[in-house]
Design a protein around this ligand. Structure first.
Ligand code: NAP
Length: 324
């Protein structure tokens, strides 16, 4: 892209940021607030909510009137974050939050969390899978922590989806799962894509996509990473381990959407994913170009979408659908 093209693209992005900021400032109308009609209160869970985008997602959902569980791997940090949301809420707004320990990379922790959610609330209405790690920054591209990155970002998200689906509460408005992903996880991105054309095609075709295909991709990459034989020609070129983890999240979102799509009215679960942009958080060393509040926006919008839109198995950024 030439200099003029880049400037035009930057201007379009800025324009969209302004539009989304305006949309965010508009209150939801009473008829749009389906969560207000759930008794005693709609329950939302946000993973990795002690800081960054997760904290903002929890804060915004709480300000909209949902009861929010901040699910954090460090109980003290979770408690501090919940107290901060309560302390910073405007005087005229009632917010309801609590924190609960959850390590998405630990199957026993996920199981204990699910058991607590059932016992305490009988289930939940909204799940935001936000917890994630990326050990690369700037121009780095090391796969030293590939296993941990994939275990947390993909298997952690999958584990939570699988554990929470049976607990998603039945309602006329549908339950929601929102996965925080990244444009870096596009199978066919302009600057970051899977080099293996056959794998890329199979991942993008609904009739080829399966859990087994996703697992095979991950196993192959992790083996190559361990042996030092992985190559940028075959795998995404930027933050390779992280990009593969988010590619897997995107693929699993589509797969689950298909599996969930034939649930009857009153038992619907909508699952979508989004890219928050390049966000000023610890993960980017605060080098992003949007705030955590802006970064969380599309996730909140997806979590609160009216059921009539029937939005399922899609990928979004700045409240617009984008390609996988
Ligand atoms: N920042 C960006 O530009 C950007 C862009 C695209 C996508 N994302 C995605 O956005 C999400 C949030 O990232 P962020 O930018 O807000 O980063 P962040 O500030 O580093 O926050 C990550 C959060 O995830 C938590 N976490 C990590 N491993 C966990 C585990 N095993 N169990 C439970 N929680 C865990 C962290 O907890 P601790 O505090 O205990 O470490 C922290 O609360 C991630 O999924 C990330 O991949 C970010």
């Amino acid at each position: 892209m030439g200099k003029k093209g880049k400037e035009a693209a930057r201007e379009r992005r800025e324009q969209r940021r302004r539009e989304v900021a305006l949309l965010r400032s508009l209150p939801y109308e009473p008829h749009q607030r389906w969560w207000d009609r759930l008794a005693p209160r709609a329950v939302a869970v946000v993973t990795g909510a002690n800081r960054g985008i997760g904290f903002e997602a929890a804060r915004q959902l709480a300000l909209h009137g949902l009861h929010v569980v901040l699910a954090c791997r460090d109980a003290a940090k979770g408690q501090d974050a919940a107290e901060r949301i309560l302390a910073e809420a405007p005087d005229d707004t009632v917010v309801s939050v609590e924190s609960r320990k959850l390590d998405v990379a630990d199957a026993a922790s996920v199981e204990a969390f699910a058991a607590w959610a059932v016992e305490t609330y009988g289930g939940i209405h909204v799940l935001v899978n936000n917890a994630g790690v990326n050990f690369n920054k700037g121009a780095d591209n090391s796969v030293e922590f590939a296993e941990q990155v994939i275990e947390t970002n993909y298997y952690g998200t999958k584990r939570m989806i699988d554990a929470m689906i049976p607990l998603m509460k039945r309602s006329a408005y549908g339950a929601r799962i929102v996965n925080v992903s990244s444009r870096l996880g596009r199978a066919n991105g302009r600057r970051n894509r899977i080099g293996d054309v056959s794998l890329r095609d199979r991942l993008l075709k609904d009739d080829c996509l399966s859990e087994q295909l996703i697992d095979e991709m991950i196993t192959k990459f992790l083996e190559q990473a361990k042996q030092g034989t992985w190559s940028l020609n075959e795998w995404p070129q930027m933050y390779t381990d992280y990009s593969i983890s988010k590619l897997a999240v995107n693929a699993y979102t589509r797969l689950m959407a298909r599996r969930l799509s034939d649930r009857p009215e009153g038992q619907k679960i909508y699952i979508n994913c989004f890219c928050p942009g390049w966000v000023k958080t610890a993960m980017t060393g605060w080098e992003g170009n949007v705030s955590a509040e802006e970064g969380a926006d599309t996730g909140i919008w997806l979590a609160l979408l009216p059921q009539e839109t029937d939005t399922n198995g899609k990928f979004f950024a700045e409240r617009c659908e984008i390609s996988f």
